[in-house]
Design a protein around this ligand. Structure first.
Ligand code: HAM
Length: 436
């Protein structure tokens, strides 16, 4: 007989895994709401056009796309950003600013599978619309760090690399490069960390060998690891654009410092982000040991709402992926064990006692307590074992003797003490036990 398996790169969540994932989502939700973000959602299947030429070649090549029965070209969403821009664009004038939105959902990319990368994964997306200044970046980078710290991770476990596509543009412009060449150099920078000198090949193919002096200046910029080094390198170049940009940098880093987050941040101009729509500050979170792929990535994308048919609208945001994040928690021994136990386990003598127990079970559940019981007649001893194995704190014993006396036996599964209460008082006895 044929056995069916998941498609490569797709995941199944057995209850323990699902409980763990839920716990992660719950903490991300809680954290986002403490920052004043509100939740939204949108379709997983979108018009293919939404991603064409907007997300960039890499994502376009990874789309799960097909023609639907109505002849429409569609794609499973590889990311949330174009979708949320459409939502914002459609209601821009009606929305109160700043708009602080988050969502948690599943995304699909036909990627080569590797550790921490699948074809179906979840992301927590948070974005701020309507704020042109670095105040939005401060808020988002703070939220990003909090979303990781909420699980017990610290600055020893992860850090955020901060860079700036604007600064790269102004710098390369000041060095005399035109826009197509600047874009090509940014492509090189994006690949440089992994590919080294090989990364320059794509530039050479387009424009011929990059002048050696220029290449040295690109490499020098890549080495920068602090604002002071950045200021020193840019001082001799001067120019209004660069000076104004450095003011933004100071604001951003000053704000993060005032929030006590400096310890998480590293200036690193090696990050430029592969996605096509970023326009300003960009950032990525990584594990400190450098063993895993990116935990999160984001940046400013001031043109995308307009490119997708809305008004001009400044925007900045990021997404955390759940896969690398789970690996990091595992490495640090912070993976939560999360399967929920019942509060109360009912031990039931036989058929007649079962009928008597049902009323109590429903009343206790209706009050919000988790109650479980065996579905069929099982020996008393086995039931008591099941009660303590279940993790419940309390067992209610509905035996024939108890039924005859009009009582229910209550056993504290912690200290094994027992008492009897009249059947009519079971609910108040349970409440008394849990609330003291
Ligand atoms: P991204 O860098 O493509 O950015 O993805 C963000 C995070 O999602 C990554 O750092 C990674 O943790 C996770 N991720 C991406 N692809 C995969 C995959 N194939 N398997 C597992 N995890 C993956 C974006 O998606 C932007 N739209 C983020 C953003 C929001 N920018 C502005 N707002």
């Amino acid at each position: 007989m044929a056995t069916f398996q998941t498609l490569p790169g797709f995941r199944e969540f057995y209850p323990e895994d699902f409980a763990r994932r839920n716990h992660v989502f719950r903490l991300w939700r809680q954290t986002a709401s403490t920052y004043g973000f509100v939740e939204y959602d949108a379709p997983v299947l979108e018009p293919l056009e939404l991603y064409k030429a907007k997300s960039g070649d890499e994502i376009e090549g990874q789309l799960f796309s097909f023609t639907d029965k109505g002849g429409r070209e569609v794609a499973l969403r590889p990311e949330m950003t174009p979708t949320v821009c459409r939502l914002i664009g459609a209601k821009a004038s009606a929305l109160k600013r700043p708009i602080k939105w988050f969502s948690i959902g599943e995304f699909y990319r036909y990627e080569r599978m590797q550790k921490g990368r699948g074809r179906c994964f979840s992301q927590f997306n948070a974005d701020i619309f309507g704020e042109p200044g670095p105040e939005a970046e401060i808020e988002l980078i703070a939220l990003l760090t909090q979303c990781l710290c909420a699980f017990g991770l610290t600055e020893q476990d992860f850090y955020v690399r901060l860079s700036d596509r604007n600064l790269w543009f102004y710098y390369l412009e000041a060095l005399g490069l035109d826009e197509p060449r600047i874009r090509s150099v940014l492509g090189v920078v994006d690949k440089f960390e992994k590919a080294g000198d090989e990364a320059f090949k794509s530039y050479t193919e387009q424009f011929g060998e990059l002048d050696a002096a220029l290449k040295a200046k690109v490499l020098a910029f890549l080495q920068i690891k602090s604002l002071a080094a950045l200021e020193a390198l840019l001082a001799p170049i001067g120019g209004e654009k660069l000076a104004a940009r450095l003011v933004e940098w100071r604001k951003l880093l000053g704000g993060l410092k005032a929030m006590g987050l400096e310890r998480f941040i590293e200036v690193d101009l090696g990050v430029v982000r592969g996605l096509a729509y970023y326009t300003g500050f960009v950032f990525e979170a990584f594990d400190r040991k450098g063993e895993l792929r990116a935990l999160a990535g984001g940046g400013r994308y001031d043109d995308l709402v307009q490119k997708l048919g809305g008004p001009a609208f400044p925007a900045v945001g990021f997404a955390i992926g759940d896969m690398t994040f789970a690996l990091l928690l595992e490495q640090r021994g912070l993976t939560p064990t999360m399967v929920q136990s019942p509060d109360v386990y009912c031990v039931i003598g036989g058929e007649a006692e079962r009928i008597a127990a049902f009323g109590a079970i429903q009343t206790i559940r209706a009050s919000g307590y988790r109650v479980d019981y065996p579905m069929r007649d099982v020996a008393f001893g086995k039931q008591l074992k099941a009660a303590s194995d279940s993790g419940a704190k309390l067992a209610l014993i509905f035996g024939a003797d108890e039924l005859a006396k009009g009582v229910v036996k209550i056993r504290n599964l912690g200290d094994r003490t027992e008492s009897e209460v009249p059947s009519a008082d079971v609910m108040s006895a349970v409440r008394e036990f849990f609330t003291g």
